[in-house]
Design a protein around this ligand. Structure first.
Ligand code: NAD
Length: 274
């Protein structure tokens, strides 16, 4: 059976993380080769889950029989992104899909955030998405077969979330970038859409700081944490899984979505209806 991304190559940033890795594996299962980018050293955090590296993603993609070129690069570094794309496209032959997934999170009331924290958030979660697109789009256009850009926003890109004003601003900015790119690239049959997850079971969520935020308790039990997370979703589930986001990304990346561009797609278990 032909895979839904057979003959395509996808560039994925944040490919060592929960969502980025799930995208890489899911896309590879559907026949794509992968150009994977992440930091050499993940941002400092105390995760409650297993630690994740780019090497684990490489092994997982190769295990399903696809090729992968992996690069340690910071999405704030245009030269590093350009070099990774050049080498990856050189090795794998073309580029069809970009998933701009790398991101960070932190908390703080908007008026209390210091300028450094604000700027870092915008540099990674907004400008990093633009830099990723800038690095990859010329190769998609050179391939002459159209393409798909899947930009990772959040429910914070649709609503004014409390205590994460910098994250909310960056994720709204990703929507603006998506809309401009969708207009600019439509004549080339390149589609551009955003995905808006609610609470996904990844290291970004499964860490002591976020567990405190969701439970409202200084030293929460697992049950208290999960009860807090459940209140974020309308459907009867606790977490959205990284694979749920990967499946939505796969649909947008595939030819099944060939008439879909400029869309903000919530994968939020009904959060935005609450
Ligand atoms: N987990 C959630 O609940 C959730 C909800 C909504 C949106 N998102 C978004 O989904 C995306 C993926 O998040 P995740 O949950 O997989 O988190 P994660 O922390 O597991 O993965 C994020 C990855 O991005 C990488 N990264 C961070 N800064 C980078 C940089 N400057 N350059 C290159 N790579 C960098 C990290 O090393 C990490 O591997 C993010 O954009 C996040 O904002 C996540």
């Amino acid at each position: 059976m032909t895979g839904r991304l057979e003959g395509k190559v996808a560039l994925i940033t944040g490919a060592a993380g929960g969502v980025g890795r799930a995208q890489a594996i899911r896309f590879a299962q559907e026949g794509a080769d992968i150009i994977a980018i992440d930091l050499a050293t993940p941002p400092e955090r105390t995760t409650t889950g297993p630690s994740q590296t780019l090497a684990d993603t490489v092994r997982a993609v190769e295990a399903v029989g696809r090729r992968i070129s992996a690069f340690a690069a910071d999405v704030r570094d245009q030269q590093a992104l350009d070099a990774a794309v050049a080498e990856g496209v050189g090795a794998l032959g073309r580029l069809d899909v970009i998933c701009a997934t790398a991101g960070i999170s932190s908390t703080g009331a908007a008026v209390e955030l210091d300028a450094r924290r604000w700027q870092t958030m915008l540099d990674v979660n907004l400008t990093g998405v633009w830099r990723t697109c800038k690095a990859g789009i010329p190769s998609i256009l050179a391939g002459g077969r159209g393409g798909s850009l899947v930009l990772m926003s959040s429910i914070a890109g649709l609503r004014g979330l409390v205590g994460v004003g910098h994250y909310t601003t960056a994720k709204h900015g990703v929507v603006g970038l998506m809309r401009s790119l969708a207009n600019e690239l439509a004549p080339h049959a390149v589609r551009v859409n955003t995905i808006h997850p609610a609470i996904v079971r990844t290291p970004m969520i499964e860490n002591p700081a976020t567990m405190r935020t969701f439970s409202g308790v200084a030293d929460p039990t697992r049950e208290q944490f999960e009860a807090g997370v459940r209140t974020m979703h309308l459907l009867p589930l606790t977490f959205i899984e990284p694979e749920d986001i990967a499946n939505a990304s796969l649909f947008l990346a595939s030819d099944e979505a060939r008439c879909i561009t400029g869309v903000t797609l919530p994968v939020d278990a009904g959060h935005c209806l609450k």
